[in-house]
Design a protein. Structure first.
Length: 246
C-alpha cells in the first residue's frame, strides 16, 4: 500500500488540443501515463492527480478523459487545476455523488490515507508579468495583477483552511497537503501556503502546474523548514507517479 501523486495529465480525448507542440516529453503522453501508472501503482494504492486533468471545457467534453483516469489502477483522488473548467468548486459534492466509488474530488473536504488526512485546494500564485533588466534580473512587475492575485490567494486559503479544519475535527493530526499551483512564486521564500503547511505540521506539500525545464525550479523542492516539497508535474516526472508515502 502506497500513496502516489502525478499532476497535469492534460488529456484531450474529446478536445482538439494536442500537447505535442510542447516538446518531445508530451509525444503520445497519454500512452506513457497508462504504461507508467500501471507499472508503478497497484490496486491497493492511492493516486492523487494534482489538477489540469482535461482540456474539455465542460463535463460532457471530459467524459473520455475521466473514464481514462478511472481505468488507472488504485484509488484516484483529483484536485482542481486552473484548466479544469468542467469542475465548478461549488458543485464538487455533485461530482462526488456522480463518481462515487470511482473518483474522489478533493475540494472543501479531505481524503484519508492510513492515518494521514489528504487536504488540498488549487492554490494560486502570482506569475507575473515580471519586468527584467538586460541580465534577466527582476526589476519590477505588474502590480495590478499582483493585487488581483492576492485576492485569489485569499480565496484559496479559505478553501484550504476548510479542508484542514474538517480533517482536524475528525481527529486527524497528520497531514499531506496538495496544491495545483506551486506554493511560492519566484519572488517568495514563504507564502500563506507554506505557513499553513508549517502551522499544521504537514509532512509534505505536493504540487504541479510548472511545465518545462525553465519553470521546474520556480518554487520549493525538497525539505524546507520541516516540510517536504514535492513537484509532480507530469512532464517533470516523464509521467511516472511520484511516491509520497510508503
Ligand atoms: Fe498544467
Ligand atoms: Fe496548471
Amino acid at each position: 500500500m502506497a500513496l502516489y501523486a502525478l499532476g497535469d495529465l492534460h488529456l484531450s480525448f474529446q478536445a482538439d488540443k494536442s500537447m505535442d507542440v510542447f516538446g518531445k516529453v508530451w509525444k503520445r503522453h497519454e500512452r506513457k501515463i497508462e504504461k507508467y501508472v500501471n507499472q508503478i501503482v497497484g490496486p491497493e494504492d492511492t493516486l492523487v492527480l494534482t489538477g489540469d486533468h482535461s482540456w474539455g471545457r465542460k463535463l460532457a467534453e471530459c467524459r473520455e478523459d475521466l473514464a481514462f483516469i478511472e481505468d488507472l489502477p488504485g484509488k484516484k483522488i483529483l484536485l482542481r487545476g486552473n484548466h479544469d473548467m468542467f469542475w465548478d468548486a461549488k458543485k464538487t459534492e455533485r461530482l462526488n455523488e456522480e463518481f462515487q466509488g470511482r473518483l474522489f474530488f478533493l475540494q472543501n473536504n479531505y481524503a484519508v490515507y492510513k492515518d494521514y488526512a489528504l487536504v488540498g485546494t488549487k492554490g494560486f500564485t502570482f506569475e507575473g508579468p515580471f519586468y527584467l533588466d538586460r541580465r534577466g534580473r527582476i526589476i519590477g512587475w505588474d502590480e495590478k495583477q499582483e493585487e488581483q492575485a492576492k485576492k485569489l490567494v485569499d480565496r484559496e486559503m479559505t478553501r484550504l483552511r476548510e479542508s484542514f479544519r474538517q480533517a482536524e475535527e475528525a481527529g486527524y493530526r497528520k497531514f499531506i497537503m496538495f496544491l495545483h499551483y506551486p506554493p511560492t512564486n519566484i519572488l517568495e521564500k514563504t507564502s500563506p501556503f507554506t505557513r499553513i503547511a508549517e502551522e499544521y505540521g504537514a509532512a509534505a506539500v505536493v504540487y504541479s502546474h510548472c511545465h518545462g525545464e525553465s519553470r521546474f525550479g520556480d518554487s520549493i523542492r525538497g525539505k524546507y523548514r520541516g516540510v517536504e516539497y514535492i513537484l509532480v508535474s507530469g512532464d517533470y516526472l516523464n509521467f511516472h507517479p511520484a511516491l509520497v508515502l510508503p
